[in-house]
Design a protein around this ligand. Structure first.
Ligand SMILES: Cc1cc2nc3c(=O)[nH]c(=O)nc-3n(C[C@H](O)[C@H](O)[C@H](O)COP(=O)(O)O)c2cc1C
Length: 146
């Protein structure tokens, strides 16, 4: 609702407490790396993921860039098309949050309509495996230097 309370309160929380958003914000703040996953709905992320990004992103910006220099990766499920705009939009959140985004051997999109379908997407599965390895490698390097 864009109340801006987080900018005044600066308590690392969203004022709306009737859901789990503050738990998710806290989990992201504690983590070295964050993976945000979404299905593709009409060529974009789900409304739930957008709400998380809007609210967590605003709280983080109001509190000295809470996610700064954490590693962030987007993972997207898609039946056919629209996965790349969804992937790009999630990465925009990481980049404006001063996070570091590792790559993989393809863009992090898995193809499937129903639960479990993605396991037949061999290239998608390999992409996620390479992403995981690159993310772990990067986090170890960052932890060694800070
Ligand atoms: C409302 C809605 C919109 C969708 N839009 C797209 C789309 O734009 N492109 C596409 O390839 N698949 C689309 N799909 C298919 C989903 O991306 C795909 O089934 C995905 O695996 C669903 O993940 P979920 O089970 O976590 O919702 C859509 C599905 C729904 C329910």
């Amino acid at each position: 609702m864009a109340c801006g309370t987080c900018k005044k309160a600066k308590n690392r929380e969203c004022k709306i407490v009737n859901d789990n958003v503050n738990l998710y914000i806290q989990k992201m703040a504690e983590a070295d790396g964050v993976i945000l996953g979404s299905p593709t709905y009409f060529s974009m992320m789900s409304p739930e993921m957008k709400a998380l990004i809007d609210r967590a992103g605003y709280v983080a910006r109001a509190n000295d860039a809470m996610f700064k220099r954490k590693v962030g990766a987007a993972v997207v499920a898609v039946r056919r098309a629209g996965g790349i705009p969804t992937f790009d939009a999630i990465n925009h959140f990481f980049l404006i949050s001063q996070m570091i985004v590792p790559g993989s051997s393809y863009w992090n999109v898995g193809v499937g309509l129903e639960k479990g379908d993605v396991e037949k997407d061999e290239e998608g599965m390999k992409t996620m495996e390479d992403l995981g390895k690159n993310m772990a490698w990067l986090i170890k390097k960052l932890n060694a230097t800070t």
